[in-house]
Design a protein around this ligand. Structure first.
Ligand SMILES: [Mn+2]
Length: 433
């Protein structure tokens, strides 16, 4: 049975209490989870899928309600100012989001949330990582993603999708997949409103459903626009993205309160500006804001993506220390970040705009032991051409170091700027095997 139509706010409250109930009284639960970087795309994928799917669950669904999980602790929401910018439009606030804090503590999760009582749908990734992966991988029942297929999700996913396709934003794949069900449900909500209501209350009912839909549509649209630079980045934008944007924008325009005022470009500009507003964060928070980690070939790799160039980050480190040079403080923060996570290899990828207005990328690679140093060197050799790696010379004393085989630091410009972490991570992992 479908969940009654409600606002996004109402839905998230209901999902949160249903998850609590599943934990407290050992009930079944279906979780929709995005990747551990928890960028805008991952967050909106899980919410959009869970919201629409719960309106119209498939026959024999494990549970009628789908619970969207954002794969970070609640405290980390504050590292993502772009979330808050989007929440305003979606008429929700941070407290509505369902995060790792709403799951039992990892040390005890197996007992409180028995694997056999769970089904997991992966969005914006296709292999459940970390402790959750160790316990619940065999319970993954479906996937929609736009990363390389790691082959972990079974080929036959029965009544849940198994869609792994190239697209700028995974939210586009979700929106296009959900579209038929969303439309059917909106139409029936609108016509049942029409059947039962009279006069003013009829148009009220209709307006309410349109407003709810428009709020959810804005949540999805924000991610697609951020991931494709408002559909202007030809290296990333695909037909899936264009189709989804057209659909979601039309849904927003159906809402009388928005139809005259909504402008896609200013909406994009507002969210993008919020995303770049990281000056108030501490360097180590900037490093964990968009972070992913993998185990490969007995080594642990971590990659941080940052929307400012290395010189900015060094200056930040300099501002945060009284006793050290900026470059010294910067390196120490990187090493501490890696050490806290017991990494063998740590990579920092930056994006920024040059003084001439060109989009640019840097890669910084640190390796901390023999095996990691060999893997790092293998990566440097095998990926040089594809990524356009070119020696980096920054503004001050940060330079490549090579302490024998036990530690290695290398910084490049990545001239083939079309390749994001989506490509760099597999290249690094390949070099680690
Ligand atoms: Mn994504």
């Amino acid at each position: 049975m479908a969940v009654p139509r409600t606002s996004l706010r109402g839905f998230l409250a209901q999902a949160k209490s249903s998850l609590r109930n599943a934990i407290d009284s050992s009930q079944k639960v279906t979780l929709v989870i995005g990747n551990e970087s928890a960028d805008l795309d991952s967050m909106s994928c899980s919410i959009l899928y869970a919201y629409v799917r719960s309106l119209s669950p498939p026959k024999n669904a494990f549970t009628p309600l789908y619970v969207p999980i954002t794969n970070i602790p609640a405290a980390d929401i504050q590292l993502r100012p772009e979330y808050l910018a989007v929440f305003k439009h979606a008429n929700i606030d941070s407290g509505h989001l369902i995060t790792l804090d709403d799951l039992p503590p990892l040390s005890d999760i197996q007992n409180k949330l028995a694997p056999e009582n769970t089904r997991w749908i992966l969005v914006d990734h296709n292999a459940l990582q970390g402790q959750l992966g160790k316990i619940y991988s065999s319970r993954v029942a479906g996937v929609i993603d736009h990363h390389d297929d790691e082959g972990k999700v079974p080929e036959d996913t029965s009544n849940e999708p198994r869609i792994i396709e190239k697209s700028g934003s995974c939210t586009s794949l979700i929106a296009n997949y959900c579209r038929p069900k969303w439309e059917t449900s909106s139409l029936s909500a609108l016509s049942s409103g029409a059947a039962h209501a009279q006069g003013d209350s009829l148009s009220d009912d209709v307006a309410v459903v349109k407003r709810w839909d428009a709020a959810v549509a804005q949540l999805g649209l924000a991610s697609i626009l951020i991931d494709t630079a408002n559909l202007k980045d030809d290296n990333k934008t695909t037909e899936h993205d264009r189709k989804a944007v057209e659909y979601l924008e039309a849904k927003i325009m159906l809402c009388p309160q928005l139809s005259t005022s909504f402008d896609r470009t200013s909406f994009y500009t507002e969210i993008d500006a919020a995303k770049r507003e990281i000056g108030g964060l501490k360097l180590q928070d900037i490093l964990r804001k968009d972070y992913k980690q993998w185990d490969q070939g007995g080594l642990k790799l971590g990659i941080s993506s940052v929307v400012k160039h290395i010189d900015f980050l060094q200056n930040k480190a300099g501002d945060e220390t009284d006793t050290q040079s900026a470059s010294g403080a910067f390196l120490e923060t990187l090493k501490k970040f890696a050490k806290d996570r017991e990494l063998d290899m740590y990579t920092l990828m930056t994006t920024s705009t040059s003084s001439k207005g060109n989009f640019q990328r840097e890669i910084l690679l640190l390796a901390f032991n023999d095996n990691a140093v060999s893997a790092a060197k293998a990566f440097a050799a095998s990926s040089k051409d594809e990524l356009g790696l070119e020696d980096w010379h920054g503004s001050n004393s940060l330079t490549d170091t090579n302490r024998g085989d036990s530690e290695w630091l290398k910084i490049w410009w990545q001239r083939q700027v079309q390749h994001s972490r989506k490509r760099v991570a597999p290249l690094l992992r390949e070099a680690m095997t």
